[in-house]
Design a binder for this molecule. Structure first.
Ligand code: ADP
Length: 478
């Protein structure tokens, strides 16, 4: 852990195992931090915010983040091995999970340096004479960052770098299954940067109560969280007592509306790939495919061929695109949802179980379920596995209604030969982001986030930086 500038283990030395999902073998240990460790880390972050110039010295912050980006770049092959070991994600898909996030550290450094922290709000008449108002954008304060296990290195960066660059101090609490991406980030901050003691802290733990302690601590001004909707609700409730600012990026169950004029041979192989890379362990993947009834069989055949031939296997082997699920518990959850789909009348077109050629490791076959009832659990609950559901529709209105029949509203996709038509359908989707014909909505310069129970607030883009700032309007004579 990194607490108050010191790299240390928890008192008493308790540890927990980190398991490599491709072999199910214990790869090593992580220190098992406690609520007392979290208390120290929050105290340190509070003192660093209140007692140093960190929040006011943008050039120093820039210097520190560039130092960090350089050090991460030097150690990126080590970080890649750590990531593959704890997540089991294929080496071939780590570009977006290691290389791009390191560039994003530089992005936030530049963005924060160029940001206008004071704006002129003009002169306004008041009973006591004209008031000249200026708006100062200031750091929110102490930010607690709680991250999940699916893309740990990226999300540790995505949650903490804009927060730091905006002048906040941070306590990062990585997920239990992926402690090392977080502890390595803490080590590199401590060993290789001038970031002052207490400004950046990492508390690793195997206990949910340590994250809960962070989200309830009155000394914390803001929580930024990525994870399940259930945990997001708990975090929001825990912060209510102190009216904490809360940024939540939660679950999704996104629909892909394939319009009747779409080029199926272009859009559906891509849809199959999106469903399987990262073993389906992604909140934004469009996992509900809606096909026009008159092109249903044609579409199913293309999806089935793509999924049946999808390269699943050892994540260390180049060319493999789908590794194991992260844990036995997650695999059981995925297989259970597939079974519930079948019980509700869905037809298994391909996959449906554990690959016979991969008896070791938490693998699940790429699975295509057809004739899925839009109200079935498998169409309503986030699966977090390599499973696509397919539902036929007759009219565009019906497709939009099925897409919107969800507690979630994170992402979505539309495929059509007519981009204007696709845009008008995208505008009707109750979701925070939409991809059209495979041109992704997702990137560091574009706001990203959910509506409904998919979250609160935005990451990335201008909005994603402002989330970590509060505006202070100052009125003065003149
Ligand atoms: P999953 O259910 O997929 O493991 P979660 O959303 O529960 O994902 O976990 C994401 C992060 O939230 C992890 O870092 C986890 O430790 C943390 N967490 C879990 N429960 C709580 C809680 N009650 N309060 C704060 N953080 C929590």
């Amino acid at each position: 852990m990194l607490i108050d500038g010191e790299l240390r283990l928890t008192a008493g030395g308790a540890t927990f195992d980190v398991v490599h999902p491709a072999t199910t073998e214990v790869a090593g240990q992580a220190t098992d931090g406690t609520v007392a460790d979290m208390d120290c880390a929050v105290g340190a972050a509070r003192r660093a915010f209140d007692g140093t110039d960190w929040s006011r010295d943008v050039e120093f912050r820039y210097h520190c983040l560039i130092q960090l980006a350089d050090a991460l770049e030097e150690q990126k092959e080590h970080l890649r091995r750590v990531l593959i070991t704890e997540v089991g994600c294929p080496v071939s898909v780590t570009g977006s999970q290691i290389d791009e996030p390191i560039n994003e550290v530089r992005h936030w450094a530049e963005h924060g340096r160029a940001f206008e922290y004071v704006t002129d709000n003009g002169v306004h008449e008041t009973p006591l004479g004209p008031a000249h108002r200026k708006v100062f954008y200031e750091a929110a304060g102490v930010v607690g960052a709680i991250t999940p296990w699916n893309v740990p290195f990226y999300l540790n960066i995505a949650e903490t770098m804009p927060a730091l660059m905006a002048g906040n101090t941070v306590v990062l609490k990585p997920a239990q299954l992926t402690p090392w991406s977080g502890s390595e980030l803490g080590r590199i901050v401590a060993e290789r940067t001038d970031i002052p003691a207490g400004v950046f802290n990492v508390v690793v733990s195997n206990a949910n109560e340590v994250g809960a302690a962070l989200s309830a601590d009155p000394r914390v001004d803001m929580i930024t969280f990525t994870g399940s909707t259930a945990t997001g609700r708990a975090i929001l409730a825990a912060g209510a007592a102190t009216v904490k600012k809360t940024l939540l990026e939660l679950g999704g169950k996104s629909a892909h509306i394939v319009l009747d004029d779409a080029d199926l041979s272009a859009s559906l192989p891509m849809a199959a790939m999106m469903g399987c890379v990262m073993s389906g362990q992604s909140c934004i993947l469009p996992s509900r495919i809606l096909l026009p009834r008159k092109r249903y069989d044609e579409g199913l055949a293309i999806l089935a061929a793509s999924m049946a031939n999808f390269p699943v296997g050892d994540p260390w082997t180049p060319g493999i695109m789908q590794g194991p699920q992260i844990s036995q518990t997650q695999r059981e959850k995925v297989l259970g949802l597939i079974r519930s789909g079948v019980e509700s009348g869905a037809r298994v077109i391909t996959g449906g179980g554990v690959p016979g050629n991969l008896p070791v490791g938490y693998y699940v076959q790429p699975t295509l379920l057809a004739d899925v009832d839009p109200n079935a659990r498998v169409a309503q609950e986030e699966i977090f596995g390599p499973v696509l559901t397919v539902t036929p529709y007759d009219t565009e209105d019906e497709a939009v209604a099925i897409a919107n029949n969800s507690i979630y509203g994170l992402s979505g996709e539309v495929s059509s030969a007519d981009v204007d038509r696709a845009v008008s359908v995208a505008r009707r989707m109750r979701t925070g982001n939409v991809t059209i014909n495979g041109r992704s909505h997702f990137g560091i310069r574009s706001p990203f986030g959910g509506i409904k129970q998919s979250g609160l607030g935005r990451r990335n883009g201008e909005e994603g930086f402002r989330e970590y700032l509060e505006s202070k309007t100052v009125g003065m004579p003149g």
